[in-house]
Design a protein around this ligand. Structure first.
Ligand SMILES: [Zn+2]
Length: 314
């Protein structure tokens, strides 16, 4: 890589840092960004520097084991997480980790991000995983994402924040922006009292659009025929013991209800999918609009998030 290209990447990383900070996705010195320069070199953000105020020569270069190669400041302690992701996904070059409030609220609640609400989410993000909690900084923390990162580029880190991956810096950052905007809309719609969903058949239509847009999706190779596309099917089974169940955002088909338009019953495929959350959700008496305590909780979280955002709005 030429020195000029590397300088441009450094400038872009600083620009992405400003966007993360100005959006309120990283308080104080939170958050970190990485970009794979070559097989064994990664450009990354330093520790204890606000992402809103970085200069190109503040950035560090490390090797794939996290050893510092250059830079006057020490690399971020969360780089092991980035390196685990980059090693698992040789097709991608960049990672963004931060604590965007709305997506992090889902990570704190350990509420799976629901499917079949906004079509763009299906196309641009696909299924979103929640990885189990671990103390940040070490290899055990980095390894929490390994089961999921093969199949998704958007991961909520339980009780922590988000990790998004992309082919370049902006692609990785945009996924952070998209997931936080989506989670914000979900919380707002929940406050209005109603979240409507489309059905598996419509989800299948969206997933089939992805190859034409150059966006791969593991469900296309595994087959869309089980028809459980609205139920976070990909990460429900076979991903270890950590599988958060939806408590607040539950697709009506999992409650054996139909949407007012009847969209969910229009699925013509055979269904052999596990509907584990259905039994659980109905047995604990939660309607799909959530119990009163859940509503109160979401409302108070939203109020806090909104006031924090208003305080830091630029
Ligand atoms: Zn963090």
């Amino acid at each position: 890589m030429s020195a000029m290209n590397e300088w441009k990447l450094r400038e872009t990383m600083c620009e992405i840092g400003r966007r993360i900070y100005n959006k309120g996705f990283a308080a104080a010195n939170d958050g970190n960004i990485s970009y794979r320069l070559s097989e064994d070199r990664v450009l990354c953000t330093p520790t204890r520097v606000s992402k809103g105020f970085m200069k190109p020569d503040d950035l560090c270069i490390i090797d794939m084991d996290g050893g510092q190669v250059s830079g006057k400041r020490k690399r971020s302690s969360e780089m092991l997480l980035h390196l685990a992701a980059l090693k698992a996904r040789p097709d991608l070059r960049s990672c963004v980790h931060c604590h965007p409030p709305h997506a992090t609220a889902f990570a704190v609640a350990r509420e799976p991000v629901p499917k079949c609400v906004l079509p763009e989410i299906e196309v641009f993000l696909g299924e979103i995983a929640i990885s189990p909690y671990e103390t940040p900084g070490g290899q055990a923390f980095a390894d929490t994402i390994l089961p999921y990162v093969k199949d998704t580029e958007t991961i909520l880190l339980a009780n922590h924040g988000t990790l998004t991956l992309g082919v370049d810096l902006e692609d990785a950052y945009f996924k952070t922006e998209i997931i936080d905007a989506y989670c914000r809309i979900l919380i707002l719609a929940k406050q209005l009292g109603r979240v409507n969903y489309y059905g598996d058949d419509k989800a299948a239509e969206l997933i089939k659009l992805k190859p034409g847009l150059g966006i791969p999706d593991p469900r296309l190779t595994r087959g869309l025929e089980n028809c459980d596309l609205c139920g976070n099917s990909l990460f429900r089974e076979g991903y270890g013991s950590f599988s958060p169940e939806p408590k607040v955002f539950i697709h009506p088909k999992l409650l054996n209800e139909s949407t007012p338009s009847g969209e969910t019953s229009a699925c013509g495929c055979s269904t052999g999918a596990a509907h584990a959350p259905a039994a659980k959700a109905s047995s604990n008496g939660n309607g799909h609009s959530g119990g009163p305590d859940v509503d109160a909780l979401v409302r108070s979280i939203t109020d806090q998030v909104m006031s924090a955002l208003n305080g830091s709005a630029k």
